[in-house]
Design a protein around this ligand. Structure first.
Ligand code: A3P
Length: 309
């Protein structure tokens, strides 16, 4: 495990206490200086907390349920701000194997800057690394932040790392990395607390994955109200149906199937194949089956120590 920590650490740097890949250095200043618009809608989260689900919900609400507009790949209509700065093995290979790599991969910050307004932007940065204009309150885009039980985040992140980042350690080792803040965007609690501490910011909406699972319609209504949109109960129902796990799993605009195929075709991780799906399980409380009692106790201690809200 010490070895794993060292190996992971070798290609990472800290920015304002946040664990990020070295590549981030190239875009850090551009992210900081990013010109924010008051009309922007941002979806922010710690990875694996239900980002894609939230993005698709926000998109549907803001486009009056015009699902035609939702057929374009989500990375193009709702791009990932700092994507080019967190280029890791998979993305380096995409860049090196394909001469026509889209600019949302290679220069995601510029791509976001040039989107037509209103812009929809996904971002995994903690509040302390958001563009300066947001941090200072100079610009007030609508920000939807989604969080999830960290035990389930850890499990989802483990599968994500194997599927899209070429991670080849086991689950126990991954839990150690997670608890030790050796994963992208860690520390986890700096992330969650950084947004939840600002719960009275009028342009910030805080959502929970578990609430979306329990009562998606009421989360849709709450989000629509926040975004200044009126929805009839039929519309809410229609959107909830579009956002169901089964529909999202088969929706090629959001399920990353083509990326996974690409990784396997290009042998991005050598002989290690990417097995599985991005929209994978989606359940609440997966840790009850996937985590050892010892690990659950470790998590509980860590949660008791750092969680504030
Ligand atoms: P699991 O890996 O636990 O299945 P993110 O978009 O932040 O990367 O989060 C991905 C997680 O959200 C995955 O969790 C994925 O299955 C889950 N997810 C995506 N769409 C969902 C939906 N419609 N219903 C429930 N969970 C969903």
């Amino acid at each position: 495990s010490e070895k794993m920590h060292e190996k992971v650490r070798a290609n990472f740097v800290e920015f304002d206490g946040v664990f990020l890949p070295e590549e981030y250095e190239k875009i850090a200043a551009d992210v900081d200086a990013f010109e924010v618009h008051d009309s922007d809608v941002w979806v922010c989260s710690f990875q694996k907390s239900g980002t894609t689900w939230t993005q698709e919900m926000v998109w549907g609400i803001c486009h009056e349920l015009n699902f035609e507009t939702a057929k374009a790949p989500i990375n193009e209509r709702f791009p990932f701000l700092e994507f080019s700065g967190i280029i890791t093995t998979a993305r380096v290979a995409m860049r090196d194997n394909n001469t026509s790599v889209p600019s949302w991969v290679l220069n995601s910050v510029e791509f976001c800057e040039n989107l037509p307004s209103p812009r929809y932007i996904k971002c995994h940065l903690p509040f302390n690394l958001l563009p300066r204009q947001i941090r200072t309150g100079e610009k007030k885009p609508k920000i939807v932040y989604v969080s999830r039980n960290p035990k389930d985040v850890c499990i989802s992140f483990y599968h994500h790392s194997k599927l899209l980042e070429g991670y080849c350690g086991n689950f126990e080792e991954f839990c150690e990395l997670f608890l030790g803040d050796y994963v992208f965007y860690a520390p986890y609690w700096n992330h969650v607390n950084g947004y939840w501490d600002r719960s009275n910011m009028e342009n910030l909406l805080l959502l929970r994955f578990e609430d979306m699972k329990m009562d998606l319609s009421s989360v849709i209504r709450r989000t629509a109200k926040f975004l200044g949109k009126n929805m009839s109960s039929d519309e809410v129902k229609l959107l909830a149906d579009h956002l169901s796990f089964a529909k999202m799993k088969n929706n090629t605009s959001v399920n990353k199937k083509t990326t996974i195929e690409y990784i396997n075709n290009m042998k991005v991780f050598g002989e290690q194949r990417s097995e599985g799906e991005f929209i994978r399980n989606g359940n609440v409380g997966q840790w009850k089956e996937a985590m050892s009692e010892r690990m659950v106790n470790r998590f509980d201690e860590w949660i008791a120590k750092y969680s504030k809200h």
